[in-house]
Design a protein around this ligand. Structure first.
Ligand code: GLN
Length: 184
């Protein structure tokens, strides 16, 4: 199995390290040709406006959108979740995304999160994090804050977290994504 990591901007090397811990080969994706042969793709956190511009500039937006449409498994963290949801980017998740959704006071915070299917809470690292709202009922909600702010979800072959599992030592979300690819 080879998992691509979108290498335009943001927390790229941390995801590569997580994949190594899960004994999965990572491939850095900088241009469309790099996508050949990958079984899944991680879209890291960073700054979604910057990553969006680079996706357009590097002519990656359209090829990636098509691959996602035909079922390429994708795991988006933070800005990755924003891009997967925003209609102008990938529009792959039927929900509304609120960027920087936790306001100035709580630009960055850490919180133990209950996740559907995990026995123990997950240590959520939130950095100017988004959340999802108006989530279609076809989406599986995996975690929320204040009940209505969705911060982890799965929709068919798409997994998203508003927080940064790659900034912890906990590989459970990466393992979950690898399972998702394996079960495809
Ligand atoms: N607030 C950023 C954005 O909307 C995301 C922050 C992050 O990825 N840590 O792009």
């Amino acid at each position: 199995m080879i998992v691509g990591v979108l290498d335009l901007q943001g927390a790229v090397s941390e995801h590569v390290d997580m994949l190594a811990q899960c004994q999965v080969d990572a491939k850095l994706i900088k241009k469309a040709a790099d996508l050949s042969g990958v079984d899944g793709l991680i879209m890291p956190g960073g700054e979604s406006t910057v990553i969006y511009k680079l996706l357009v500039q590097e002519q990656l937006l359209e090829p990636l959108r098509q691959l996602i449409q035909v079922g390429l498994p994708v795991f988006g963290t933070c800005a990755g979740m924003v891009l997967l949801t925003q209609a102008k980017a990938f529009g792959a998740l039927p929900a509304t995304v609120v960027r920087n959704g936790f306001g100035r006071q709580k630009d960055s915070f850490e919180q133990a999160i209950s996740v559907v299917g995990f026995d123990e809470p997950f240590h959520g690292v939130f950095i100017r994090a988004p959340y999802l709202t108006a989530v279609d009922e076809s989406v599986t909600i995996l975690a929320t804050i204040d009940d209505e702010k969705v911060i982890a979800a799965q929709y068919a072959h798409i997994l998203v977290t508003a927080f940064h599992p790659e900034l912890t030592a906990d590989t459970r979300f990466h393992e979950k994504f690898i399972q998702l690819i394996a079960n495809k």
